[in-house]
Design a protein around this ligand. Structure first.
Ligand code: A2P
Length: 276
């Protein structure tokens, strides 16, 4: 299996470091720590998800860890991502704290949450977290094409993913092309536009014709682009619905119509407005 290729079952992708990552993840941004987060993760595992995406900044690593343990699904069957909070100073020490909160010996993926203070200062500590075995793979999030290039210039071990806001409406072609050229897998967060893309007329038209929901159409668009996709929901039926995306195809015409919804001008930026 070569890196960048999607596995035969269409559900995973091989990263540049050789590790395999499930394409569909449950995102738990803004899911409060406690019962709500535990339920969401449990429902996702029951619905067949094998990838959960959390972060130090979300404050819900303890619930994610509890739900994973209580599920009875073997640790090695679940891909766990967490993110270094770049307002803190030491990625290696913060990785250890994440492992304690999650109650696991290592995470599958550890990424810099955003390039606060510049794109390169934290990379050394990320590499140390990898060397120590705290994270099997390391990557970045919210990095533009130029910032990706800066990290490559200093890296012994380059990032294998860049997680960015991505959907037909935020179709950052320039950034995607740069990531693919460098063997960096793109992960799409807010694939539903945090809910606001679900009401779009074009998306609804395609969904209705296919007998699917707008959420499924948007998630499928990312999958057909070979992207890792992280829809967030705290509702059981939506979590289940968002996983029913491997049993239909969008035609070339539908993909092109969705591509045409881009509002970024095909940018190579990761964000229109940084929040830090
Ligand atoms: P909720 O968590 O209350 O279920 P994104 O993944 O782009 O960040 O979007 C997440 C938002 O979309 C949340 O507000 C979530 O609501 C909502 N959402 C997620 N899945 C669905 C779905 N299948 N149908 C309708 N809304 C959804």
């Amino acid at each position: 299996m070569t890196s960048g290729s999607v596995t035969a079952d269409g559900r995973s992708r091989v990263l540049a470091d050789g590790n395999e990552i499930p394409l569909l993840a449950l995102g738990v941004w803004q899911v409060p720590d406690g019962r709500e987060c535990e339920d969401a993760v449990r429902w996702a595992l029951e619905a067949g998800y094998r990838h959960v995406d959390t972060a130090q900044a979300y404050g819900n690593e303890p619930s994610v860890g509890r739900a994973l343990r209580d599920s009875g699904v073997p640790r090695e069957d679940i891909f766990i991502t967490t993110k270094f909070h770049p307002g803190r100073s030491d990625p290696e020490a913060e990785a250890q704290r994440s492992l304690q909160r999650l109650g696991v010996e290592s995470v599958d993926l550890y990424i810099i949450h955003w390039p606060q203070g510049g794109p390169t200062w934290a990379w050394d500590g990320m590499q140390r977290a990898h060397e120590r075995g705290y994270a099997r793979s390391i990557g970045i999030s919210n990095f533009s094409a130029a910032e990706v290039e800066s990290v490559f210039a200093v890296a012994d071990m380059p990032p294998v993913v860049n997680q960015v806001q991505f959907s037909p409406f935020e179709f950052r072609r320039g950034l995607l092309a740069e990531c693919e050229r460098r063997g960096v897998a793109l992960e799409a967060y807010s694939p539903l536009g945090t809910g606001r893309h679900l009401d779009d007329r074009e998306v609804a038209r395609i969904a209705e014709r296919l007998g699917r929901t707008p959420a499924q159409v948007l998630i499928r668009w990312s999958l057909q682009r070979g992207l890792i996709v992280l829809p967030k929901s705290a509702h059981r039926e939506r979590i289940e619905q968002n996983a029913q995306v491997f049993d239909f195809q969008l035609s070339d015409e539908d993909m092109a119509a969705l591509d045409g919804l881009d509002q970024t001008g095909g940018t190579d930026s990761a964000l229109e407005r940084p929040w830090w």
